[in-house]
Design a protein around this ligand. Structure first.
Ligand code: HEM
Length: 459
């Protein structure tokens, strides 16, 4: 290393305690309930953003190297550097970062995100990426399977609404269970049982421990067998069927790629809950969303740009991938200094998404996703950026907005949990999705009636 700014030992410890520890404790692969509740109480993201902003003022744009024995680690502090890092994937910045590999390898050792470097060609990084893009139809706002997926989303949301009506509340536990079943049906139709998902969740919990967890090779092999069987049996109009249609050979390990999808769909469930909370306390935006819905046929897949922007905004405010990691595959120059090959680069996205210098930092501002503001900013990256940007983005946004659309058409969802999100106040830095709960009330909009099925609960 020469000329790159280095944090003092005290600053390094502070970053460890205020930025890395809360993120890791909340569960990087499978979120943990109690640490998330504590993080919300302490508003840990606020303290992390303040600390990194202060260090940027003190040390300049960085990247700021940490004083850690045995590993070169640098924290990215400038939006332009975020852009450079993500655009420079997979060479000279591989997404197959060592810590991420240890965590995600627990349940999908051959996933595209942990394929790397010299192995780029050998292990088919591009081929894998290509097959993800082909099946997920990355570049189409509406997947060609959308007409088959929409009725599944509607059926499951109606079931969930009926449960909420009966119990008087929609809480995270019910929403999560319903969303897991929805995802299982979107991916496999009826061909996957709950045990498959439970086996995956158990391995993901081990992934939270990265290097420290047990290897669990036998459980992983058993999961791979189950996943292959579920892909083989996936029904018509499902993503699993589309995977089969790719005719991928075994070296691509379709079961590992699908394991990643099942894991990643969790974040979509979190986005649904948080967007619903945002709309519950922003009545003007809720009305705008309802006005948009009133112009669409509910039984036809639709892009719903405003509702999409609301979902994207929930992911800006509370990114579900708060740390983007890259390992340098060679020495790299940054301003006046350089960093050695093998350096781990850490992008803590809330630093940029909630930078107090941005006028919309702590405000619910869906307009930034439609007026070009977000697009022009290399550091607003809830779905990552560059060649490894989430290939499921459009499919996710379709699933999330379709589920939200159905929920909003049927009921007005009032926040019933003591979550720290209020009308007319800045949006909290940390929001525990486990703690969210809503009370259903009759939907009120001149152009939107609730469906006969679910409105019955209100007579
Ligand atoms: C709200 C939901 C989601 C969010 C916020 C999200 C976010 C992200 C982010 C930030 C990355 C890049 C990670 C990095 O650069 O290190 C990523 C990668 C990826 N995502 Fe998503 N994702 C979501 C859901 C999904 C879903 C549902 C799928 C599949 C159906 C999916 C498939 C992938 C794949 C395959 C990659 C790896 C791409 C590569 O390495 O080339 N994601 N996602």
């Amino acid at each position: 290393m020469d000329g790159a700014p280095v944090a003092s030992t005290r600053e390094t410890i502070e970053i460890g305690l205020k930025v890395i520890a809360p993120t890791v404790a909340s569960g990087v692969v499978k979120r943990r309930r109690a640490p998330m509740a504590l993080a919300e109480r302490l508003q840990t993201d606020r303290a992390a953003v303040r600390l990194l902003s202060r260090l940027r003022d003190r040390h300049g744009p960085g990247p700021l190297r940490l004083r850690v024995p045995g590993r070169s680690i640098a924290v990215v502090l400038s939006p332009a550097h975020v852009g450079r890092l993500l655009e420079g994937t997979p060479e000279p910045f591989t997404p197959d970062n060592a810590e991420k590999h240890a965590a995600l390898g627990k349940f999908r050792p051959h996933g595209v995100l942990v394929s790397r470097g010299a192995a780029t060609a050998e292990r088919g990084q591009f081929w894998k990426r290509h097959s993800h893009e082909a099946v997920l139809q990355t570049h189409r706002p509406l997947h060609h399977l959308a007409p088959a997926l929409l009725p599944v989303l509607h059926e499951e949301v109606d079931r969930l609404t009926a449960v909420a009506d009966r119990s008087g509340e929609l809480d995270w536990r019910r929403l999560e269970r319903s969303w897991q079943r929805t995802v299982r049906r979107l991916v496999f139709g009826g061909a996957a049982d709950r045990e498959l998902i439970e086996a995956l969740v158990s391995l993901r919990r081990s992934g939270n421990w990265s290097y420290l967890g047990r290897r669990r090779s036998r459980a992983r092999a058993a999961l791979a067998v189950r996943l292959r069987a579920a892909i083989d049996g996936a029904g018509p109009g499902t993503l699993g069927e589309a995977v089969r249609g790719q005719g991928a050979d075994a070296s691509v390990r379709p079961e590992d790629q699908v394991a990643h999808w099942l894991f990643a769909f969790d974040a979509a469930g979190i986005a649904i809950a948080r967007t619903l909370a945002l709309l519950a306390v922003h009545p003007g935006h809720r009305l705008a969303a309802l006005n948009e819905l009133a112009t669409e046929d509910p039984d036809e897949p639709a892009e719903l740009p405003f509702l999409r922007a609301c979902a994207l905004e929930s992911l800006r405010l509370w990114p579900t991938t708060p740390m983007l990691l890259r390992d340098g595959t060679e020495p790299t120059r940054w301003g006046g200094g350089s960093l050695p090959g093998g350096t781990a680069f850490l992008v803590y996205t809330p630093l940029f998404h909630r930078d107090p210098a941005r006028r919309y930092a702590d405000r619910f501002a869906p307009e930034i996703w439609v007026d070009g503001t977000a697009e022009e900013d290399p550091a607003l990256v809830p779905f990552g950026g560059g060649p490894a940007r989430c290939p499921g983005r459009n499919l996710v946004l379709f699933s999330v907005t379709s589920a939200l659309a159905r929920l909003l058409r049927e009921r007005e969802w009032r926040l019933s949990s003591p979550s720290p999100i209020f009308t007319g106040r800045p949006v909290p830095a940390t929001l525990d999705h486990f703690g969210l709960a809503f009370r259903p009330a009759p939907a009120r909009h001149p152009l939107l009636g609730g469906s006969a099925h679910t409105s019955a609960a209100f007579g």
